[in-house]
Design a protein around this ligand. Structure first.
Ligand code: GDP
Ligand code: IMO
Ligand code: MG
Length: 423
């Protein structure tokens, strides 16, 4: 028995939430393995849209168990808001949601440190979601962090105070003025910690080990995307966790040999929110069309997502780093209406044509080389069958498959659960 992975292959927001929700019926357990509330995973069904930040996207299927793994960082305040938001939907959260004791906690001061760090960087800022992700993972690797399991300890408040005091000293060292009322933030935090305590806190690596032994089917849900990976992304404009396949092993405690299918998900074009290089970014009408038709505004921060053509050099790299075995292509419907579609198939790098992602893909180093394909004009959103898709789209899919050497098994033609075409 194996753990399958679902990973974003670009700069996040590929549509992971939608596809995890669609795939959940084939799995017993859905487990998030990294990231935190920087994620915004959107699900749409029965005319309702849900955005999940910390809770895995299998939560709406009453028979699936959802695990927040040790690699995730949890902000109790945002977690409580998410729980409150689910109240009208009678989701059996107390039974179906399990949380690793080893997951790290985002404290109010982590968010303040994130804000101070970004402000002090000025123009060079990462464009973080300001959810405290970087500082929390820094405390984890610096061996100072607080974990979910700590809230069960008698001296949790003492541990909290020690770390918060240290954070306040750090904040005072920044040359930027961050206004905050710690008393208010703390009251909210401790109220939310009480809510968190009411959930099943588990040793999730043991739970998953036993589940695998019993033959349960497990899907690991990634957050962010491969190009935001702390090691393999466009550093320093990345997030602070491993978003690629290896992250699922450390973020859940499952062994590499237990990994089965690696499902990679990408948009039919490319988007990026926040700062950092983006070789195929468009600043013209085509980019604006993608933003408007694709409603490319962040699910977590509401920020406008930068848009551009599909970058196969970057996508191939992501496929390679994670050993992707099957692909899912999202938002094909957004490309309806273009006469011609461009796909970046190589880079001109320091005067040479290359097909791999170099160390630095800053604009001054890299010029995308495009292959043009014919577009289509039909509206795709009501199509249910692969055979009914316009020939230009199936040609587009065939072209990508050939370049990427991995089969594209699913094409998504709209945000709803039902707008998903399996081949
Ligand atoms: P995630 O972070 O990877 O889960 O993706 P987000 O939820 O942040 O962003 C994806 C956005 O695209 C959401 O608003 C989805 O509702 C929407 N979406 C997903 N699949 C499709 C699709 O095939 N077509 C269109 N038009 N929208 C889609
Ligand atoms: P999902 O799971 C898109 C981006 C931020 C910023 C950088 C670092 O919804 O795909 P951080 O707050 O992590 O320190 O920000 O990473 N980023 C995302 N972009 N989708 C996400 O998550 C993201 N999570 C972080 O915009 O550029
Ligand atoms: Mg998102």
């Amino acid at each position: 028995m194996a753990v399958d992975l679902l990973l974003g292959l670009q700069w996040g927001d590929e549509g992971k939430g939608k596809i995890v929700d669609v795939l959940t019926q084939g799995y017993d357990i859905i487990a998030r393995f990294q990231g935190g509330p920087n994620a915004g995973h959107t699900l749409e069904f029965n005319g309702i849209k849900h955005v999940l930040h910390t809770i895995p996207s299998g939560i709406f299927h009453p028979t699936s168990i959802n695990i927040i793994g040790n690699g995730v960082v949890i902000d109790p305040i945002i977690f409580k808001k998410e729980i409150d938001g689910l109240a009208p939907y009678n989701v059996p959260l107390k039974d179906n949601l399990l949380i690793s004791r080893k997951a790290h906690l985002i404290l109010p001061t982590h968010r303040l440190l994130d804000a101070a760090s970004e402000a002090s960087k000025g123009k060079a800022k990462i464009g973080s979601t300001l959810k405290g992700i970087g500082p929390t993972y820094m405390d984890k690797t610096g061996r100072n962090g607080l974990r979910v399991g700590d809230i069960e300890l008698d001296d949790f408040e003492v541990r909290y105070r020690n770390l918060t005091d240290k954070h306040q000293e750090m904040l005072a060292n920044y040359k930027v003025d961050i206004q905050y009322n710690l008393k208010e933030l703390e009251a909210e935090f401790f109220e939310a910690v009480k809510v968190l305590k009411g959930f099943q806190l588990i040793d999730s690596e043991e739970y998953l080990y036993q589940a695998l032994k019993q033959g349960k089917k497990i899907l690991a849900e990634g957050a962010q995307g491969s190009l935001l990976d702390i090691d393999f992304g466009t550093y320093p404009f990345v997030t602070s966790s491993n978003t690629t396949a290896a992250g699922a092993c450390t973020g859940l405690g499952v062994a590499p040999r237990s990994i089965g299918e690696v499902i990679g998900i990408f948009k039919a074009y490319t988007t990026r929110v926040g700062s950092g290089p983006f070789p195929t970014e468009l600043f013209d009408e085509a980019g604006e069309t993608m933003t408007q038709v694709g409603r490319e505004f962040g699910a977590t921060t509401g920020r406008r997502r930068r848009c551009g053509w599909l970058d196969l050099v970057a996508l191939k790299y992501a496929v390679q780093v994670s050993g992707v075995t099957q692909l899912v292509m999202m938002k094909a419907d957004v490309l309806s209406g273009f006469d011609t579609l461009k796909v970046c198939t190589s880079y001109l790098y320091k005067g040479k044509e290359i097909k791999h992602l170099p160390y630095n893909i800053e604009e001054q180093n890299v010029t995308p080389v495009y292959t043009e394909l014919k577009g289509w004009h039909q509206n795709l959103t009501d199509i249910k069958d692969y055979a009914q898709l316009p020939k230009e789209l199936t040609d587009y899919v065939d072209f990508l498959e050939k370049e990427l050497e991995v089969p594209i098994k699913v094409v998504s033609v709209g945000p709803d659960r039902t707008q998903t075409i399996t081949r």
